[in-house]
Design a protein around this ligand. Structure first.
Ligand SMILES: NC(=O)C1=CN([C@@H]2O[C@H](COP(=O)(O)OP(=O)(O)OC[C@H]3O[C@@H](n4cnc5c(N)ncnc54)[C@H](OP(=O)(O)O)[C@@H]3O)[C@@H](O)[C@H]2O)C=CC1
Ligand SMILES: O=C1O[C@H](COP(=O)(O)O)[C@@H](O)[C@H](O)[C@H]1O
Length: 465
């Protein structure tokens, strides 16, 4: 193991670390890539020894790792994982942390902020007491800031301590296999690229539905809500990839793609008819969740109808929705094409992001037999059904941690993307609340509030599940 490189996770007893980061490190360890992240320091305020932490982490890794779990592989990973107890808001505690790093012979650092954004600033202040910290890399979880003003302040603070090109703003949806695939499906197939516009498409629906509620994360989530937790980052990233112009190279994930994404985000239209463009909801029982305010108005569901002010997408709605405690878990991009004639059904392309990864295409054929009728052919390509694909496809966090170590910055969000998204999300939320529009209640296990269905009905559409 490269002892000198030290990978420190602030928020090491949180949901993200247990459910995503440790399983990713395990997968990297099995595929021998963990050598590159060196020793792992877990920072938490709970009273654990390293040994106790390793025992707790074991169950999570066993449950959530992509690759088959074995004791031997886990023990190899765990031997390089050390728990360090501290309150990361206590500036004085960083002097002792510095001593701990000296004992651990830490020389170069990657700091991972797996905490709510309101803590980022105190951690950076504290890291000023850690030798060489400012030469290290930092990975920042989303949402970056809690609004545009806070995000700008935070960005200045981050860039005054770390070198700007050592700041990695992670959006793990950018590491998902089928999100990376959208570009290829769009641009490498003339059957799609030639008709990818408002002239041929009726609407595009982007859905990220979750079955789980806020679980143990009430404290974080109640300050955030669906718009900041999912829409401002993950869903706007996907929207911008779906709607962007072709970057120079079909498979390119660099500067050019980034520029095209920004152009999309800058052309988001701010609706005048806010009541017909945004619906916020909260599942029944949300206020009884641990660490949630009993009179909370935080939304656990958001549905939007958005338009882009550009030639390609003029007057074509993008429908976006996300929520917790819904009927099932599904993340997909559905492209509904215009019909060839009024009595003929639409062609539908469904890019399935998770849990199944694949592509579904519905098109029209003559019904077999003597009748002169039209029927639908449904072609369903399941990429993740193949064991070989599963074994060879890294999880998002696995991919992004590796990219950070290698310095591949194009896999991460850039500041101007974040800024453009915040501008829009801040303003649309303000308009919703200024008009005193309700946060609609919905039943757990449903598809969200009826108001979200009505929003589409009014526009002559409906959600496709
Ligand atoms: N969970 C997920 O699936 C995803 C989360 N994220 C992002 O990751 C970030 C963290 O989310 P998540 O892990 O879910 O949140 P959690 O609330 O589960 O975890 C927060 C962590 O911060 C620790 N913490 C809080 N205050 C202190 C303190 N003063 N000193 C030391 N430790 C402290 C908590 O410790 P303690 O255990 O003692 O409370 C806990 O380990 C958020 O920004 C979120 O948006 C991003 C993608 C996915
Ligand atoms: O960033 C977040 O993402 C998760 C959903 O991630 P997925 O990879 O399971 O789709 C979401 O549950 C969480 O609230 C949010 O912070």
């Amino acid at each position: 193991m490269n002892k000198k490189l030290t990978f420190t996770i602030f928020g090491g007893t949180g949901d993200l670390t247990f459910r995503k980061l440790l399983p990713a490190l395990y997968n990297m360890s099995v595929t021998s890539k963990r050598e590159s992240v060196g020793q792992v320091i877990i920072i938490g305020r709970r009273d654990y020894t390293s040994e106790q932490y390793r025992v707790i982490a074991r169950d999570w890794v066993e449950k959530f790792a992509r690759l088959p779990y074995t004791e031997k592989d886990y023990d190899r990973l765990a031997a390089g994982v050390f728990y360090y107890k501290m309150d990361f808001t206590d500036e004085k505690a960083y002097t002792q942390l510095n001593e701990f790093y000296e004992e651990m012979e830490a020389e170069s650092h990657i700091f991972y902020f797996a905490v709510a954004p309101r803590f980022f600033s105190s951690i950076v202040t504290g890291l000023a007491h850690v030798e060489h910290a400012c030469h290290g890399k930092v990975v920042l979880e989303k949402p970056f800031g809690e609004n545009l003003t806070a995000a700008k302040e935070l960005n200045e603070k981050m860039e005054s301590f770390f070198r700007p090109d050592n700041i990695y703003r992670i959006d793990h949806y950018l590491g998902k296999e089928m999100v990376r695939n959208i570009q290829t499906i769009r641009f490498a197939n003339p059957i799609f690229s030639g008709v990818w516009d408002a002239e041929h498409i009726d609407c595009i629906q982007i859905s990220a539905l979750e079955e789980v509620g806020v679980e143990t994360r009430g404290g974080y989530y109640d300050h955030s809500g669906a718009m900041k937790d999912m829409v401002q980052n993950h869903l706007f990233q996907i929207l911008s990839i779906v709607a962007m112009e072709q970057p120079g190279d079909l498979m390119l994930a660099g500067e050019e793609m980034h520029r095209e994404q920004i152009r999309v985000l800058s052309s988001l239209n701010m609706p005048e008819d806010i009541e017909d463009s945004l619906v916020l909801g909260q599942y029944r029982g949300y206020r009884e969740e641990k660490a949630v305010a009993e009179d909370s108005l935080t939304e656990s569901y958001a549905a939007m109808k958005v338009f882009l002010d550009n030639d390609r997408w003029k007057d074509m709605p993008f429908y976006i929705r996300t929520g917790k405690k819904l009927g099932h878990r599904e993340m997909q991009v559905l492209v509904v094409f215009k019909t060839a004639a009024p009595h003929v059904q639409s062609n539908i392309l469904n890019i399935k992001i998770q849990p199944t990864e694949g592509v579904y295409l519905q098109f029209n054929i003559k019904k077999p037999g003597e009748e002169d009728e039209i029927a639908q052919a449904k072609m369903d390509f399941c990429q993740s059904c193949s064991f070989i694909n599963q074994m060879n496809t890294p999880e998002a966090y696995e991919r992004l941690l590796g990219a950070c170590v290698r310095g591949e910055r194009f896999w991460f969000s850039q500041w101007d993307q974040i800024e453009a998204s915040w501008k829009y999300v801040d303003e649309i939320r303000k308009r919703y609340h200024d008009k005193k529009l309700p946060v609609y209640a919905y039943e757990p296990g449903s598809y969200g509030p009826h108001a979200a269905d009505k929003m589409l009905e009014k526009a002559g559409d409906h959600w496709l599940d």
